[in-house]
Write a protein that binds this ligand. Sequence first.
Ligand SMILES: [Zn+2]
Length: 417
Amino acid sequence: MLSPPRQAGGEELAIFVFIDAFGWQIFQRHQEDFLQGILQTARPLDTVLGYSCACDPTILTGHLPQEHGHFSFFQYAPQRSPFRGLRPLGWLPRWLTSRGRVRRIISRQVARQLGYTGYFQLYNMPFQRLPLMDYSEKRDLYQPGGILSGAATIFDQLRSRRVPFHVSDWRHDEPRNFQSLREAIRDEQISWAYLYLAELDGILHRDGTRAKTVTDHIRGYDRQLRDLLKLAGEHYRVVRMYLFSDHGMADVTGCYDLMADLQRWERATGMRFGKDYAAVFDSTMARFWLLSDRAEPAIRELLAGCPAGRTLSDAELDAYGCLFPQREYGDLFFLLDAGMLLCPSDMGSTPLKGMHGYCPSHEDSTAMVAATVPCLPPTRLDGLYSLMLREAARGRDDLTAATAGTAATAGAAGSLA
Ligand SMILES: [Zn+2]
């Protein structure tokens, strides 16, 4: 049975601040620029293998990618591709379809046509291959039913327990998200809030981790978060703010053209895409589907000769929480060394100065968690869920029980080896 909404105004407020790509290394270099004298707790937070589309569902559900089903945007799945109707786009000339603006316009139209509510981008995926692919984030992760496995997110928990909360709209820019949270605080109707800040990620990709623009943006966060805490202090008796990221960022030191290797390899071996193998090229990872018996040894041999990265074993994938039961995201994962970028890839064709999505145990991959109160924060991304649920459960027996169950199963204090 649903309990009546809790009376919130003026009592306690917990604010969770998500800052995309604000890794532990970057945080440490900017300690003087970011909430100095206010943070009582700060520590590194182990991330999971993959990009934000793997990390964010992990934060929101407390599950690892192989459990919640989200890892990367594209999967080779010709039988269930929703893009089969887009075959005619494959006849458009490459000079037109490779333009970012053209692809963004087409992405918007495709999303509207297919009724997608999630983050949808065709990126650099060739239109000829699109009818062979499925896309993972069709639904809005923040809305009910957004998770592929059907797992409940922290927001589902808050809704079902009728905890009054505020969550940013990920489609809006940072000034607008700050503004809507300030309005919610002034209204005094919430006891729990999630502020979504994603612009630092774009700056780090564009300018690298040492750029002045990065420092400027972090100082901007500092100013706005101090103002937010001051405002919240005027409207609530107790305010606790928790801050965390999903992953870090490494400076790009070199590009590698694995697609060109594959083309040469196809000519030499007679292997064909869609017949012997299939592949999706993420920014730091190539994932292969092995379709014929002769493909596996040949691809393993090709990758063994590639100096930019290494093939991950099943044991490693399992340790990273990415050994998918149906191999939905590929049979074989080739991961680049930190700092290397696949260029071109299905994600883009222009080199960037910063990238993430490397080995989770690399120091530049590590995320961070901090708080304005002394606390024992989680050590890995999936533990944030329990932290958020605990805050929602303050003074509520029904949620306290749910939190205890989650902490026991989701490895709140677990750590990636
Ligand atoms: Zn990013």
